[in-house]
Structure formats: structure tokens, C-alpha cells
Design a protein. Structure first.
Length: 276
């Protein structure tokens, strides 16, 4: 399964390595992904969030799979589309929905959430020390005027960030909002838990992460089968885990790849084999 089908690049590569009896399911909730559906009889596209992979496999009569690939985060082209609201490089609506049929936007989060809840989102999902001050500034503004556009948000945040760290802090804030709008951490946990019942023995779980929060979850889960990373032991002190790490050291892009694709700089690839 390619649970983040997106532009279809990974799906095409997987299909090139499958024999005629192989079958690949691709998942993506973004309408844009439907423009990249691979024309191959072995490929089945499911327009859905990957938290529901078990439900759809059951619908198609599939009990087990040999591999699950997840390339997390936002498709790069979304950062270049002003109307999607994922980037502070442009002005546009504060949207940030992966699924454009979903009801909650980033603007609604800023306008409706309590000050304390916003501070928690910025602190935990953006890992920002200024979370409380920024949430307070948001509260002060929305008493008189609601948030609607990216510039509305940026103008409130700018006084609280230094020029030297402005881009970094804005990136963390936008990340935090995006994670909340799309429930990304909950969705990731659900997908990882589903892998325990879906993978055949010897099957691979392959995950590309782009920030420390999701990478920590994936690292702990592959190490121990739980999100806390607590490894259980049997009576003799042997580690008990449903996975065997294929790459003990995380795989990161080398200088040549970063030069060719600067946006790969933060990518981390982890692979684990399911042993049951």
C-alpha cells in the first residue's frame, strides 16, 4: 500500500517492481491526487484519509498486505499554491485542509479555539517557547476582527518574533496549525496501529517523516510497538517487539540529494519488518 499517493511517484516505482499478480492500493484524501491516478490494472486508488486503510481493505476483500509506505507531510506543490494556505510566502485564505471537503479551516481554529488551547497547539505541535504570548496576541486581535487571510495571522505574529528567526518561527506556527486542522498526529497513530493487524510476517513498514513530532512517534513505534518507546522483555530479558528494524540508523538525504532537491533536507526514512 502507498497510503500517501499524492503525485503518484512512489506508486509508479512500486508498480514497476511488482509482477503481474501483484496489487497496489493507493490512498489520498486530496482532490489533486485524483489527477495523478496511475493507469494500471494492478492499481486501486482510494480517495480517503489513511486512518481508514483497514476499512477499505476489508471492503476490497484483502486481509493482509506485504508492505505499507507512508510519505508524511504536505505535497510540495501545496506550498506553492496560495489558495491552499499552507505557506506564509503568499497571501490567501487561511485554509490548510488536506481534504477540501472537510469543514474546519485554519482560520476557524484561530477564531474559535480558546487562548489556552491555541497556546497548547503552538507549544506541542510547533515546539515554540513563545506559544503563550502569541496565543494572547491572537485573542486580543479577534475581539475586534476575525482572522481570514494569511496576512491577518502573520501581522499579529511578527511583533513577537525577531527578524533573524522570523521564517523559522512562522514555519513552526504554520506546521502547528496544519497538524491541528488535519488531525495529523491522530491519523498517524491510527495508521501505525493498523499496520500491526494488516502486515504479513516479513512485511515492511516504511515511513518518511519531515518533523520531529511525527518522527519520534514512528521511531518509538518501530522500536517497541507502542508510542512511548517502552520495550518489553520476556523472562530471560530478551526484547519483545512486533518489528525488526531494517535500518538501525535513520536514513537521511546526502548533500547531493539536498542540492538537487532542497526540500528533502528535513526528510527521515525509517524501515521496519513485521515479525508478529
Amino acid at each position: 500500500m502507498d497510503v500517501t499517493s499524492g503525485g503518484g511517484g512512489h506508486s509508479r516505482e512500486i508498480l514497476s517492481r511488482l509482477n503481474e499478480r501483484g496489487r497496489l492500493f493507493g490512498y489520498d484524501e486530496d482532490l489533486d491526487a485524483m489527477q495523478n491516478i496511475v493507469d494500471d490494472k494492478r492499481f486501486t486508488f482510494v480517495r480517503s484519509n489513511f486512518r481508514y486503510i483497514s476499512n477499505f481493505l476489508e471492503y476490497y476483500g484483502v486481509e493482509k498486505v506485504d508492505g505499507i509506505l507512508a510519505d508524511l507531510g504536505v505535497s510540495f506543490h501545496h506550498f506553492d499554491e496560495s489558495d491552499r494556505g499552507f505557506s506564509f510566502r503568499f497571501d490567501g485564505k487561511l485554509d490548510m485542509r488536506m481534504n477540501q471537503k472537510a469543514t474546519q479551516t485554519a482560520a476557524e481554529v484561530l477564531n474559535r479555539y480558546s487562548e489556552d488551547r491555541l497556546a497548547d497547539i503552538f507549544y506541542y505541535y510547533g515546539e515554540l517557547k513563545q506559544a503563550r504570548k502569541i496565543a494572547s496576541a491572537i485573542e486580543a486581535r479577534r475581539k475586534n476582527e476575525k482572522f481570514d487571510t494569511i496576512s491577518d495571522f502573520v501581522s499579529v505574529v511578527e511583533p513577537w518574533v525577531g527578524k533573524d528567526k522570523q521564517k523559522k518561527i512562522l514555519a513552526c506556527l504554520f506546521q502547528a496549525l496544519r497538524i491541528e486542522v488535519n488531525r495529523e498526529m491522530d491519523v498517524l497513530k491510527k495508521m501505525l496501529e493498523s499496520s500491526l493487524s494488516l502486515l504479513n510476517p516479513g512485511g515492511r513498514l516504511v515511513v518518511l517523516t519531515y518533523h520531529s513530532l511525527e518522527d519520534r512517534l514512528v521511531k518509538n513505534f518501530m522500536k517497541s510497538g507502542n508510542f512511548e518507546g517502552k520495550v518489553q522483555q520476556d523472562f530471560f530479558g530478551n526484547r519483545i517487539s512486533p518489528f525488526r528494524l531494517v535500518n538501525n540508523k535513520v536514513i537521511v538525504p546526502d548533500d547531493a540529494e539536498i542540492a538537487m532537491n532542497p526540500r528533502s533536507r528535513s526528510a527521515k526514512l525509517r524501515i521496519a519488518e513485521f515479525i508478529g
